[in-house]
Design a protein around this ligand. Structure first.
Ligand SMILES: *Cc1c(COP(=O)(O)O)cnc(C)c1O
Length: 219
């Protein structure tokens, strides 16, 4: 199926209030434009240089989300235009985003990436470390970042009960943290090509779908 028909099918299947991030990493501008022409405006990328080049050459009303691991020395490259950094996984990174956002006179929306899966390799805050950081109050000094919610991934497995438990843990954490923030803390980003229907059942408000739209990636 074409990019356009895939994306229209997926959007039609999502309940109202669930946003679709089209994960276009490793796919060329033409594929992004095909999705764009269906009305898609939110795209996710995982590498800073690729994100920058695509943002320069593609329509200016695209909202670019950074979803991959972000090194502090690369923040400056995307700070002027990124619309949501979904992969904020350390105090050092959040402080860096805050200062780079201040340099370009912006407030940058961020999600706290949380590690709940049993996969060793996945990045993100451990839940207890995140609780400790938030309890420290350090975040209140950062005026140029706005925490919009949390992002996470389920364990890479065929066992849907494990996947569901991971998504439920993320949803529970979002509810636990809500009282520490204002009403802008309203994004629960979870669900990818293979598991987004389960994520939606567990309360996802934002799914990040790549290969199901654009086909397999060749790295
Ligand atoms: C690549 C990626 C996705 C999309 O993965 P697909 O399985 O291709 O849908 C979603 N979220 C993150 C953080 C990713 O790195």
């Amino acid at each position: 199926m074409s990019v356009a028909s895939q994306i229209l099918d997926i959007r039609a299947s999502l309940p109202a209030g669930v946003e679709l991030v089209a994960v276009s990493k490793f796919h060329p501008a033409e594929a992004i434009l095909e999705a764009y022409d269906t009305g898609q405006r939110i795209f996710g990328e995982s590498r800073v240089q690729e994100l920058k080049l695509k943002a320069q050459s593609l329509p200016k009303d695209i909202e670019w989300h950074m979803i991959g691991h972000l090194q502090t020395n690369k923040v400056r490259t995307i700070a002027p235009f990124v619309s949501l950094v979904q992969s904020v996984d350390s105090q050092r990174l959040i402080e860096c985003i805050n200062s780079e956002a201040a340099r370009c006179d912006r407030v940058i929306d961020c999600l706290l990436e949380v590690h709940v899966s049993s996969d060793e390799s996945k990045s993100g805050w451990e839940i207890d470390a995140l609780r400790d950081y938030l309890a420290s109050g350090a975040l209140s000094a950062l005026k140029n970042v706005r925490i919009r919610g949390i992002m996470g991934m389920a364990t890479y497995t065929d066992d849907t009960s494990v996947i569901r438990a991971d998504f439920e843990a993320l949803a529970a954490l979002k509810r636990e943290l809500e009282p520490m923030f204002d009403a802008d803390f309203n994004i629960l980003s979870m669900g990818m090509s293979d598991d987004y229907p389960i994520a939606v059942e567990c309360g996802s408000t934002m799914v990040r779908v790549g290969s199901r739209i654009f086909g397999e990636r060749t790295y």
